[in-house]
Write a protein that binds this ligand. Structure first.
Ligand code: PGA
Length: 249
Protein backbone atom coordinates (compact mmCIF):
# COMPACT_ATOMS: atom_id res chain seq x y z
CA UNK A 1 0.00 0.00 0.00
CA UNK A 2 1.20 3.53 -0.73
CA UNK A 3 2.45 5.31 2.38
CA UNK A 4 1.20 8.81 2.96
CA UNK A 5 3.81 11.47 3.65
CA UNK A 6 3.64 14.17 6.31
CA UNK A 7 6.15 16.98 6.04
CA UNK A 8 6.84 19.61 8.68
CA UNK A 9 8.28 22.85 7.30
CA UNK A 10 9.74 24.80 10.21
CA UNK A 11 10.46 27.87 8.05
CA UNK A 12 12.74 30.52 9.69
CA UNK A 13 12.22 29.26 13.23
CA UNK A 14 14.32 27.49 15.90
CA UNK A 15 18.01 27.47 16.68
CA UNK A 16 19.85 24.20 16.05
CA UNK A 17 19.47 23.29 19.73
CA UNK A 18 15.73 24.00 19.71
CA UNK A 19 15.31 22.11 16.43
CA UNK A 20 17.02 19.01 17.84
CA UNK A 21 14.77 19.13 20.91
CA UNK A 22 11.63 19.35 18.79
CA UNK A 23 12.81 16.64 16.37
CA UNK A 24 13.60 14.31 19.26
CA UNK A 25 10.18 14.86 20.83
CA UNK A 26 8.40 14.22 17.53
CA UNK A 27 10.51 11.10 17.01
CA UNK A 28 9.41 9.70 20.38
CA UNK A 29 5.76 10.54 19.85
CA UNK A 30 5.49 9.02 16.35
CA UNK A 31 7.16 5.62 16.77
CA UNK A 32 3.99 3.78 15.76
CA UNK A 33 3.07 6.03 12.86
CA UNK A 34 2.94 4.25 9.53
CA UNK A 35 3.15 7.34 7.35
CA UNK A 36 6.48 8.68 6.13
CA UNK A 37 7.51 11.70 8.22
CA UNK A 38 9.88 14.43 7.05
CA UNK A 39 11.14 17.34 9.15
CA UNK A 40 12.49 20.43 7.44
CA UNK A 41 14.56 22.67 9.70
CA UNK A 42 16.47 25.78 8.67
CA UNK A 43 19.86 25.24 7.02
CA UNK A 44 21.78 26.01 10.22
CA UNK A 45 20.04 23.11 11.99
CA UNK A 46 20.29 20.52 9.19
CA UNK A 47 23.48 18.92 10.43
CA UNK A 48 22.37 18.66 14.08
CA UNK A 49 18.85 17.43 13.25
CA UNK A 50 20.11 14.80 10.80
CA UNK A 51 22.55 13.55 13.47
CA UNK A 52 19.79 13.46 16.09
CA UNK A 53 17.54 11.48 13.72
CA UNK A 54 20.24 9.14 12.38
CA UNK A 55 18.54 6.05 13.87
CA UNK A 56 15.01 7.36 13.47
CA UNK A 57 12.11 6.53 11.14
CA UNK A 58 11.95 10.27 10.36
CA UNK A 59 13.67 11.78 7.30
CA UNK A 60 15.14 15.24 6.94
CA UNK A 61 14.73 17.90 4.26
CA UNK A 62 15.95 21.40 3.43
CA UNK A 63 13.85 24.49 2.72
CA UNK A 64 15.64 25.74 -0.38
CA UNK A 65 18.77 25.31 -2.50
CA UNK A 66 20.75 26.95 -5.30
CA UNK A 67 20.89 25.28 -8.70
CA UNK A 68 24.65 25.63 -9.10
CA UNK A 69 26.87 22.99 -7.52
CA UNK A 70 29.34 25.50 -6.09
CA UNK A 71 30.93 28.87 -6.73
CA UNK A 72 30.55 32.58 -6.19
CA UNK A 73 27.07 32.66 -4.65
CA UNK A 74 27.51 34.21 -1.23
CA UNK A 75 24.85 33.06 1.19
CA UNK A 76 23.57 30.20 -0.95
CA UNK A 77 23.58 26.43 -0.36
CA UNK A 78 23.90 23.83 -3.11
CA UNK A 79 22.10 20.52 -3.51
CA UNK A 80 25.39 18.73 -3.01
CA UNK A 81 25.77 20.37 0.40
CA UNK A 82 22.20 19.51 1.38
CA UNK A 83 22.63 15.90 0.27
CA UNK A 84 25.14 15.37 3.10
CA UNK A 85 22.31 15.75 5.60
CA UNK A 86 18.97 15.43 3.87
CA UNK A 87 16.87 13.43 1.45
CA UNK A 88 14.27 16.07 0.53
CA UNK A 89 14.30 19.72 -0.52
CA UNK A 90 11.41 22.18 -0.80
CA UNK A 91 11.51 24.11 -4.07
CA UNK A 92 9.29 27.03 -5.09
CA UNK A 93 7.51 27.64 -1.80
CA UNK A 94 5.20 30.65 -2.23
CA UNK A 95 7.15 32.50 0.45
CA UNK A 96 10.16 32.32 -1.89
CA UNK A 97 8.20 32.95 -5.08
CA UNK A 98 6.60 36.07 -3.61
CA UNK A 99 9.20 37.27 -1.08
CA UNK A 100 12.30 36.59 -3.17
CA UNK A 101 10.93 36.92 -6.70
CA UNK A 102 11.64 33.31 -7.67
CA UNK A 103 10.06 32.64 -11.05
CA UNK A 104 9.19 29.33 -12.66
CA UNK A 105 12.32 29.27 -14.85
CA UNK A 106 14.52 29.71 -11.78
CA UNK A 107 12.56 27.04 -9.93
CA UNK A 108 12.93 24.69 -12.90
CA UNK A 109 16.73 24.97 -12.70
CA UNK A 110 16.60 24.03 -9.02
CA UNK A 111 14.32 21.06 -9.65
CA UNK A 112 16.75 19.66 -12.23
CA UNK A 113 19.77 20.33 -10.01
CA UNK A 114 18.08 18.62 -7.03
CA UNK A 115 17.27 15.52 -9.09
CA UNK A 116 20.78 15.44 -10.45
CA UNK A 117 22.29 15.10 -6.96
CA UNK A 118 19.66 12.56 -5.91
CA UNK A 119 17.52 14.77 -3.70
CA UNK A 120 13.76 14.38 -3.71
CA UNK A 121 12.27 17.78 -4.58
CA UNK A 122 9.00 18.94 -3.05
CA UNK A 123 7.71 21.32 -5.71
CA UNK A 124 5.20 23.81 -4.28
CA UNK A 125 2.59 25.23 -6.60
CA UNK A 126 -0.66 27.04 -6.01
CA UNK A 127 -2.79 30.01 -6.89
CA UNK A 128 -3.20 33.31 -5.09
CA UNK A 129 -6.60 34.54 -3.91
CA UNK A 130 -7.02 36.78 -6.98
CA UNK A 131 -6.31 33.85 -9.30
CA UNK A 132 -9.02 31.80 -7.64
CA UNK A 133 -11.52 34.66 -7.67
CA UNK A 134 -10.81 35.24 -11.36
CA UNK A 135 -11.13 31.50 -12.11
CA UNK A 136 -7.48 31.27 -13.10
CA UNK A 137 -6.49 28.46 -10.70
CA UNK A 138 -6.09 25.81 -13.41
CA UNK A 139 -4.15 28.18 -15.63
CA UNK A 140 -1.72 28.96 -12.80
CA UNK A 141 -1.25 25.28 -11.91
CA UNK A 142 -0.67 24.32 -15.54
CA UNK A 143 1.87 27.11 -16.02
CA UNK A 144 3.76 26.38 -12.79
CA UNK A 145 3.94 22.69 -13.69
CA UNK A 146 4.82 22.97 -17.35
CA UNK A 147 7.63 25.49 -16.77
CA UNK A 148 8.72 24.04 -13.43
CA UNK A 149 9.11 20.56 -14.92
CA UNK A 150 10.59 21.58 -18.29
CA UNK A 151 13.32 19.16 -19.31
CA UNK A 152 12.59 16.73 -16.47
CA UNK A 153 12.51 13.28 -18.02
CA UNK A 154 9.81 10.65 -17.44
CA UNK A 155 12.15 8.43 -15.41
CA UNK A 156 12.77 11.30 -12.98
CA UNK A 157 9.42 13.04 -12.69
CA UNK A 158 7.89 10.59 -10.22
CA UNK A 159 10.72 11.27 -7.78
CA UNK A 160 9.20 14.73 -7.33
CA UNK A 161 6.47 15.40 -4.77
CA UNK A 162 4.00 18.03 -5.91
CA UNK A 163 2.64 20.10 -3.02
CA UNK A 164 -0.57 21.92 -3.86
CA UNK A 165 -0.51 24.97 -1.63
CA UNK A 166 -3.11 27.62 -2.40
CA UNK A 167 -1.34 30.78 -1.22
CA UNK A 168 -4.55 32.13 0.36
CA UNK A 169 -4.82 29.06 2.61
CA UNK A 170 -1.34 29.30 4.14
CA UNK A 171 -1.51 30.31 7.80
CA UNK A 172 -5.22 31.15 7.49
CA UNK A 173 -7.96 28.58 6.88
CA UNK A 174 -7.75 25.30 5.04
CA UNK A 175 -9.17 24.98 1.51
CA UNK A 176 -12.30 22.85 1.22
CA UNK A 177 -12.01 19.16 0.42
CA UNK A 178 -13.69 19.85 -2.94
CA UNK A 179 -11.10 22.53 -3.77
CA UNK A 180 -8.22 20.25 -2.75
CA UNK A 181 -9.63 17.33 -4.74
CA UNK A 182 -10.26 19.40 -7.83
CA UNK A 183 -6.76 20.92 -7.83
CA UNK A 184 -5.06 17.58 -7.09
CA UNK A 185 -7.01 15.86 -9.84
CA UNK A 186 -6.08 18.64 -12.23
CA UNK A 187 -2.39 18.36 -11.28
CA UNK A 188 -2.51 14.65 -12.17
CA UNK A 189 -4.28 15.52 -15.42
CA UNK A 190 -1.46 17.92 -16.35
CA UNK A 191 1.18 15.33 -15.46
CA UNK A 192 -0.62 12.88 -17.74
CA UNK A 193 -0.63 15.49 -20.51
CA UNK A 194 3.08 16.27 -20.02
CA UNK A 195 4.14 12.63 -19.44
CA UNK A 196 1.69 9.73 -19.35
CA UNK A 197 -1.05 8.05 -17.31
CA UNK A 198 1.41 5.90 -15.39
CA UNK A 199 3.38 8.94 -14.18
CA UNK A 200 0.15 10.77 -13.30
CA UNK A 201 -0.90 7.87 -11.10
CA UNK A 202 2.50 7.29 -9.55
CA UNK A 203 3.54 10.87 -8.71
CA UNK A 204 2.86 11.96 -5.13
CA UNK A 205 0.53 14.94 -4.78
CA UNK A 206 0.11 16.43 -1.32
CA UNK A 207 -1.73 19.42 0.14
CA UNK A 208 -0.46 22.31 2.27
CA UNK A 209 -2.19 25.26 3.92
CA UNK A 210 -3.48 25.43 7.52
CA UNK A 211 -3.33 21.69 8.13
CA UNK A 212 -3.85 20.51 11.72
CA UNK A 213 -4.74 17.29 13.54
CA UNK A 214 -8.45 18.01 13.27
CA UNK A 215 -8.57 18.48 9.50
CA UNK A 216 -5.83 16.09 8.32
CA UNK A 217 -8.19 13.11 8.16
CA UNK A 218 -10.66 14.96 5.94
CA UNK A 219 -8.68 15.41 2.75
CA UNK A 220 -6.11 12.62 2.47
CA UNK A 221 -7.22 9.81 0.25
CA UNK A 222 -4.42 7.98 -1.33
CA UNK A 223 -5.47 7.78 -4.94
CA UNK A 224 -5.53 11.60 -5.16
CA UNK A 225 -3.98 13.40 -2.14
CA UNK A 226 -1.23 11.41 -0.47
CA UNK A 227 -0.04 13.61 2.32
CA UNK A 228 0.45 17.11 3.70
CA UNK A 229 2.98 19.91 3.97
CA UNK A 230 2.50 21.46 7.39
CA UNK A 231 3.86 24.83 8.50
CA UNK A 232 2.70 26.37 11.80
CA UNK A 233 1.33 23.16 13.30
CA UNK A 234 4.66 21.37 12.81
CA UNK A 235 6.36 23.64 15.37
CA UNK A 236 4.47 21.98 18.22
CA UNK A 237 5.58 18.42 19.01
CA UNK A 238 2.20 17.26 20.31
CA UNK A 239 0.22 18.83 17.49
CA UNK A 240 2.47 17.57 14.68
CA UNK A 241 2.64 14.10 16.23
CA UNK A 242 -1.15 14.09 16.49
CA UNK A 243 -1.27 14.90 12.75
CA UNK A 244 1.09 12.01 12.03
CA UNK A 245 -0.77 9.62 14.32
CA UNK A 246 -4.25 10.19 12.89
CA UNK A 247 -5.28 6.83 11.53
CA UNK A 248 -6.71 6.51 8.10
CA UNK A 249 -4.19 8.47 6.15
P1 PGA B 1 0.75 26.51 7.33
O1 PGA B 1 1.94 26.62 6.27
O2 PGA B 1 0.55 25.07 7.65
O3 PGA B 1 1.21 27.31 8.50
O4 PGA B 1 -0.47 27.09 6.67
C1 PGA B 1 2.03 25.71 5.20
C2 PGA B 1 3.23 26.03 4.34
O5 PGA B 1 3.59 27.21 4.22
O6 PGA B 1 3.85 25.11 3.78
Amino acid sequence: MVKSILIGNWKMNLTAKEAVKLATEIDKLTKDCDAEIVLIPSATALNAVSDALAESHISVGAQNMHYEKEGKFTGEISGKMIKEFAKYVIIGHSERRLGFQEDNEFINKKIKAALEVGLCPILCIGEQRDDRENKNTKKVLEHELSVGLKGVTKDKVTKIIIAYEPVWAIGTTIATVAEIDEASGYIRFIIEKLYDAESAKKIKVIYGGSVNHENIGSFIHKDLVEGALVGGASLDAKEFSAICNVKNH
